[in-house]
Ligand binder design. Structure first.
Ligand code: DX5
Ligand code: ZN
Length: 217
């Protein structure tokens, strides 16, 4: 079944623990923790100290950390220590050091994800499909929650899924940005394993109903 990753960027940050608990009770499977540095993306969010507190409050939760930062290998150990289970970096942040970045994250003991912006050809991740646990396909430009889903995304997911199948790889595919009850099913049909949902879940009157639809495949 497709997993639902609730993006904390849309949470009430003054009541982070209770807002996450509310979403977990509604059916979210894991928490997606967006880190923005104001350099790789034009916005600043929060860092490892926030994850450390959240992890202490909710230790059983799986933390999917999405680093939208310029120096992922430098900061990955901080996030691992703070409680990350999986750390995803952007290929575009380290175009000449992708392999080294994968190794640096792997060395922290966390699972490894690689992400691509909407304008990056999917073929750019093909050399790394057997070295990572997950590919995160951005369906909006990274940097802000609440944006509109880019319609070309399902075919990008399908292409990566086909390449993984061709090579017999079980690499997970995650999609992030503008995922809601209309766009989420298109992504799972195309082969996405994890759907990140921020505003569509946190702002929903009935988040359990949204999670049910997102889980439906
Ligand atoms: C955007 C972030 C997303 C964002 C998703 O740069 O990576 O995780 O929080 O938010 P929604 O679901 O509202 O598009
Ligand atoms: Zn994200």
């Amino acid at each position: 079944m497709t997993k639902v990753a609730a993006s904390i960027l849309s949470a009430d940050l003054a009541n982070l623990q209770s807002d996450c608990t509310r979403l977990l009770d509604a059916g979210a499977d894991l928490m997606h923790f967006d880190v923005m540095d104001g350099h790789f993306v034009p916005n600043i969010s929060y860092g490892a100290p926030v994850l450390k507190c959240l992890h202490a409050a909710l230790p059983e939760v799986y933390y999917d950390v999405h680093l939208m930062i310029s120096e992922p290998a430098r900061y990955a150990p901080d996030f691992a220590k703070a409680g990350a289970n999986l750390i995803t970096f952007h290929l575009e942040a380290v175009p000449d050091a992708v392999g080294e970045t994968i190794d640096a994250i792997r060395a922290t003991g966390c699972q490894v994800g690689i992400s691509i912006r909407p304008g990056t050809p999917v073929e750019a991740v093909y050399p790394y499909l057997d070295a990572v646990d997950l590919v995160l396909v951005m369906s909006v430009e990274p940097g802000f929650g609440g944006q509109k889903f880019i319609p070309a995304t399902p075919e990008r997911i399908a292409a990566i899924r086909t390449e993984c199948d061709r090579r017999g790889l079980s690499t997970l595919i995650e999609v992030d940005g503008g995922v809601n009850v209309e766009t989420g099913p298109l992504c799972s049909e195309a082969g996405a394993d994890w759907l990140v949902a921020g505003s569509s879940l946190f702002n929903a009157a009935d988040p359990a109903a949204v999670a049910r639809v997102l889980h439906s495949k």
